[in-house]
Design a protein around this ligand. Structure first.
Ligand code: SF4
Length: 277
């Protein structure tokens, strides 16, 4: 194991501990079997990233992540700072809250994190939403496979570039792409895409490597947000727009990036780093 692998293993262990510390008492009760550690439920709002960018959606944010990206903009899901906000909810509780917030004004739910793929029990929520005729989307780094992933309508796999400080297990990623490629779309919406966040030249090379390895998978390249708190939305927006312009210029020059889409982080342009929007 190299030092990055060790750091990732430690962070998996730590993440499990944070969740376990907070939830062990509740999980011991039979009535809490199958509950999901939830940090936020909000919406309706727009999806600000990836293949569903701009799409009206509700969000369910789960707690816990097996990674520790240096620039994580939702570190409260795993660093313990949001521990007191974690609720252990059954899928039916989550549905009730979604409906209370959104009524009949939504037909799409994004399950976000942290890394939702840490939670085997999320399959219950995905199936319940399907019964309610709600489309589902999930984003994950592709480090932990769950079979319920095949029941999600829109899966974004977002392997993390070098600037994150994390290593990508390419064999695992190959397996993800193979499994998800067996799915067929029920309508025009793409069901599976790759997204790479780019902060610097090494990240862009990494995005090129990923795109060359999986040329048939829709590929989204997105600006990173170096400011994760403390700045007003207009200040964040002007910095991000400059980074977006530079990223566009760099991608246009590259011969290994033809069938790609270049995106800003839309919600950050509008709301800065505000939570729950
Ligand atoms: S994978 Fe996502 S949630 Fe986890 S540390 Fe990285 S950026 Fe944060």
């Amino acid at each position: 194991m190299n030092s990055t692998d060790e750091a990732q293993q430690q962070s998996r262990d730590h993440s499990a501990e944070v969740l376990a510390e907070d939830s062990v008492e509740h999980l011991a009760k039979p009535s809490n079997k199958g509950t999901i550690p939830v940090l936020e439920i909000f919406g309706p709002t727009i999806q600000g990233e990836g293949m569903s960018i701009g799409r009206k959606t509700m969000f369910v944010r789960t707690a816990g992540c097996d990674y520790r990206c240096t620039w994580c903009d939702s570190a409260f899901t795993w660093d313990g700072s949001g521990k007191d906000e974690i609720r252990l909810l059954h899928p039916s509780d989550i549905w009730e809250e979604l409906y209370r917030l959104g009524g009949s004004s939504f037909d799409h739910v994004t399950i976000s994190g942290g890394n939702p793929a840490m939670l085997r029990q999320l399959g219950g929520l995905v199936r319940l939403l399907r019964e309610k005729n709600i489309r589902t989307a999930v984003e994950t780094q592709g480090s932990i496979w769950q079979d319920w992933m095949l029941e999600v309508d829109e899966v974004t796999v977002s392997p993390k570039p070098p600037s994150s400080g994390m290593n990508t297990d390419m064999t695992l990623l190959d397996d993800w792409v193979k499994q998800l490629s067996t799915r067929t779309a029920a309508d025009w919406t793409p069901v599976f895409s790759l997204k790479v966040i780019v902060f610097d030249a090494k990240d862009l090379d990494y995005a090129g490597l990923i795109h060359r390895r999986y040329p048939l998978v829709p590929m989204f390249i997105q600006t990173g947000n170096p400011v994760t708190s403390g700045e007003a939305a207009p200040d964040v927006a002007s910095r991000l727009l400059l980074a977006y312009e530079q990223l566009i210029e760099q991608v246009m020059e590259r011969a290994d990036m033809t069938n790609v889409r270049v995106l800003p982080q839309l919600h950050t342009l509008v709301w800065g780093n505000k939570r729950g929007v």
